[in-house]
Every structure is written in structure tokens, then in C-alpha cells.
Design a protein around this ligand. Sequence first.
Ligand code: O7E
Length: 215
Amino acid sequence: MRKSSRLILALDETDREKALDIADAVSGTVDAIKINWPLVLSAGPEMITELSRRSDVICDFKVADIPNTVHLIVDGALGRGASAVIVHSFTGSDSMKEAVDTAAGRGNIYAVTEMSHPGGKEFTAPNAEALALVGVRCGVKGFIAPATRPDRIAAIRKVIGDREILSPGVGAQGGSASAAISAGADYVIVGRAIYKSDDPSKVAGDIADEIRTVL
Ligand code: O7E
């Protein structure tokens, strides 16, 4: 994934045509497009391939399963053209290692350690540093840390060295792109603030400009 605007679009739009229009509008600005179950369930897994012609695609399937099932999901997503897959880290080192081994030479694995919504403070935040250490040992490319709590981005950065941090929670969830980058994130992930706006291209450009002010 290139590291230019440091902005990743979370394309949770469920209308296939609208999703493709938005992807076309912002693909020159964003460094990657992240897709999740809402778009895959409504438009089909072929959207992974379709979008991969426009941008790097990160499949945010938050995989949380036994190693064999992790292998099948990661293999399927990369086989359709994804550049990266996101997995949960709480499943443990064997599942995370299986994801990394399956992706080797074909793509990257990012691990979720702490979620950005208020409920993320209940179980994920208290365990995030320990989960991140396991992810480092398993060789993941990077981690997901919450833009809604920049102090937590800084805390995860201390544990993971120079591995990447992708940070969701900007805009609709109240987080700030520049604060997340300043706290140590490499990229921010933005969904509704872009894909629900009247002018996705302009909003993406504005967020990229904001990020540039703190680089
Ligand atoms: O709030 P939005 O609309 O900007 O969308 C945020 C996206 O990031 C959405 O797809 C959501 O599923 C995802 N996300 C979070 O919001 N919080 C998290 O803690 C983790 C993710 C996520 O993407 O995890 C993997 C990157």
C-alpha cells in the first residue's frame, strides 16, 4: 500500500453502483479502500476484484476463528485481489500466525487489538498491549488502533516499534485525522464522513490536506 495521503476509505456503502462511483471519485486521493461485510454481502465478493482495479483493497473481515478457517478466508480474499486482510488478535498466536503464513508473499495481515467504539474500552482496551505483542511475534504488518482515543494510539506505538498503525474512528465517531496521525498512526480510516457526503472527492481531499499539516 502506498503511503501518500495516509487516508484509507472505509467503503461501507451497500449500493454497488454508488460504491463504485465513490471509489472512482476518491481512488486518486486515498492510499487504499477498506471493505467490510456490508458491501460484500450486498454486492458480492467479486467487489474485491472490481475495486482492486482501482486501488489497493483491504478486506476488513475481522477474522476470528480457528487456524484452518482463518487460512481459508485469508486465502479466498487474497485470491480475489485483496492486498491485505484484517484479523482479530484475541484468537491467539496460532490463528494469527496462520493468517501471516497464508498471506506470505501475497499480501499483508493487520490485527485488531482495541476497537474504537465505547464498548471497545470494556474488553479490548485492557488487553490491547498484550495482544499487540503477540501480533508482533506473529509477524503482522500492523495494527488497528482507535482514533477516538489518541492516547491509546500512542500506547500501542510504544509496544509495536515501527510496525504500521491504521486508525479508524475519524469523523462520524468523533475522532480527528490530524490528532490520530500526531499520536502515531500511519494511516487513518474514514467511512461515513466521506461516502455519505455530497462530495466524497472534496471531503477526502480536505482530510488529506488536514493530515498533511501534521506530517
Ligand atoms: O465510522 P466510519 O463510518 O468512519 O467507519 C469506520 C470503519 O472502520 C468501519 O468500517 C468500521 O467497521 C471500522 N472500524 C471501526 O470503526 N472501529 C474499529 O475499532 C475497527 C474498525 C476496523 O476497520 O477494523 C479493522 C480496520
